[in-house]
Design a protein. Structure first.
Length: 180
């Protein structure tokens, strides 16, 4: 079974369990913290995947590190250790967050601009693009990128909406080259 399919299945099981316990928001918050821990500590995943480290030590690390988290989250990670699928943890978290967002009607977007957007501008972008995607809300992560010269570029899932000056210049250049 491919890792992507396995990660989706584990995420789906965790999501269904959290729905039964009516704790989807709580578990999402905990999983976001876990993701930050994995991103902030690049040695954690290699440690968990290392074949010379015993499963007992791996489980002890998980229990001690995430002792204040729900038993559903901890037990999922312990199960992954037992099945030697620790590398799936970040992917499972990503899929879980996607499921939670779908259930709430939320989409997440990375917005690239030359300067930090104001709250009002973020709200306007959110309203316009949420309607286009048939979502209730659009969570915006604003990334400042001076190379785009001006305008806005949005990445929502695998879709890109490019309204930047540099993007327009690239399209003009492609049209001129292909017209020759």
């Amino acid at each position: 079974m491919s890792e992507a399919i396995a990660a989706k299945r584990y995420a789906d099981a965790l999501f269904r369990l959290s729905e039964q316990k009516q704790a989807t928001d709580q578990i999402e918050q905990q999983l976001r913290i876990v993701l930050e821990v994995f991103e902030g500590n690049k040695q954690l995943l290699p440690f968990l995947k290392h074949p010379k480290v015993s499963n007992d030590k791996k489980k002890q690390l998980i229990r001690e590190t995430f002792h204040h988290f729900s038993k559903e989250v901890i037990n999922t990670f312990l199960l992954l250790v037992d099945r030697h699928r620790e590398e799936l943890i970040p992917a499972i978290i990503g899929h879980y967050i996607d499921m939670e967002n779908d259930a709430k009607g939320i989409a997440e977007a990375k917005v690239y601009t030359t300067r930090e957007l104001s709250v009002e501008e973020k709200t306007q972008l959110s309203n316009v693009f949420a309607k286009k995607l048939n979502k209730s809300t659009l969570k915006i992560d604003n990334i400042v990128d001076p190379s785009i010269i001006g305008g806005v570029k949005l990445r929502i899932g695998n879709r890109i909406y490019d309204g930047t000056i540099s993007g327009k210049l690239e399209r003009i250049e492609r049209n001129l080259v292909s017209a020759k």
